[in-house]
Ligand binder design. Structure first.
Ligand code: NAD
Length: 347
């Protein structure tokens, strides 16, 4: 597919390509949509097989950010930067300074943040040359997003439990959590505090043992997590957990977790729907981290961030309710809600 064909496929937007000979900085800044406001999206710094795969990664991820921000009710569009990491890196700070200067020239339409292969230290360097960055440390910074992501996921689970099981509390609800890393661990804490019982699986036994010790979770084998006889399955590990092999084995009535890109294929969302399983669309339920970091642009306040993240309940409830009434899979309902919001925002 040619360049403009790809832009059409992902419904873009603009792509800005930056190059700085002195530092060796090569970046692709994909601005998917800015109708709702300046776009926010992380900066990846990874080795890519070729420029085309870097471009596809940027386009795909930027589009996802537009959808996540719109559904979270944020005044922001979606973007993503992919920086091509060279084999030999001579001066990392020079690369990020050059990147900062580049995005400073984009007319305030883009805010960057850390992502795979970048960290807070890199964003501090970017901050030296531009204000177009969020997720830095120090005063005014929003810190670790994981507890906010976990809070939003807990609220999304509560909405699904209310709608599906008619229960207003998680007391006695059994949740199987796949992956108890940064978000999964915080989610277990949230759920445990609400009286839920837990089953967990993680490739790192130390992490699942910590959940067992601290929250009384039952540790199950990695592959067994899909077959746990529970109320909620919460995928919090890698993408594509919901696929042709796993969906037929799921015994939970609800699937609601933090991982990005949980559906291996969009049609797997139809499979869940036809099995009568309520699926909380990933980008709707895991928006707490984005909500938290976006607040830096208004003046960061943890209490306000918590209060806004609590509203993930309403978003998930509205999606699941419309799905029930319209007999449409939840992932499609979420997309439709975003498309309606963007259309209202005009051109
Ligand atoms: P993490 O790396 O800290 O945790 C992932 C955990 O999953 C690790 O403990 C890992 O050992 C485990 N794992 C990997 N493969 C597994 C498998 N097959 N079975 C069971 N466990 C497995 O990452 P995180 O920050 O907790 O993020 C988890 C997911 O949530 C990711 O998909 C991420 O993109 C998404 N997400 C995270 C945030 C955030 O605030 N950190 C925000 C939005 C979305």
């Amino acid at each position: 597919m040619d360049l403009f064909g790809m832009l059409e496929r992902y419904d873009f937007g603009a792509i800005h390509v930056g190059h700085d000979a002195a530092s060796g900085m090569h970046c692709i800044v994909a601005l998917h949509d800015t109708r709702l406001g300046p776009a926010i999206g992380g900066c990846r710094f990874l080795p890519y097989a070729d420029e085309r795969s870097a471009l596809v990664d940027a386009l795909r991820l930027a589009r996802g950010m537009t959808y996540k921000a719109a559904l979270a009710g944020l005044p922001h569009g979606g973007a993503k930067t992919v920086m091509l990491r060279p084999d030999k890196l001579h001066d990392r700070a020079a690369v990020f300074r050059a990147f900062g200067r580049f995005i400073d020239g984009l007319g305030g339409r883009y805010f960057t943040a850390e992502d795979s292969g970048t960290g807070i230290e890199d964003m501090e360097v970017v901050r030296q040359v531009t204000k177009q960055v969020v997720g830095t440390g120090g005063s005014g910074g929003s810190g670790d997003p994981s507890p906010f992501t976990a809070l939003g996921v807990r609220r999304g689970i509560e909405a699904c439990v209310m709608l599906t099981l008619g229960r207003s509390s998680l007391d006695g609800i059994h949740v199987a959590v796949q992956g108890v890393g940064h978000v999964g661990y915080q989610l277990c804490r949230e759920l445990h505090e609400q009286g839920a019982s837990l089953s967990v699986a993680d490739v790192d036994p130390l992490k699942s043992e910590r959940a067992e010790r601290e929250f009384g979770a039952r540790v199950v084998p990695l592959d067994g997590i899909f077959e746990v006889d529970c109320d909620v399955l919460a995928p919090c590990a890698l993408g594509s957990a919901l696929n042709d092999a796993t969906i037929p084995r799921i015994r939970a009535k609800i699937v609601a977790g933090a991982a990005n890109n949980q559906l291996a294929e969009p049609r797997n969302g139809d499979d869940l729907h036809s099995r009568g399983i309520v699926y909380a669309p990933d980008y709707a339920i895991n928006a707490g981290g984005l909500i938290n970091v976006a607040l830096e642009l208004e003046g960061y306040d943890a209490a306000r961030s918590r209060e806004r993240t609590m509203r993930v309940y309403d978003t998930i409830y509205a999606i699941a309710e419309r799905s029930q009434h319209s007999h449409t899979p939840t992932y499609r309902v979420a997309d439709l809600l975003v498309e309606e919001t963007l259309a209202r925002a005009g051109t």
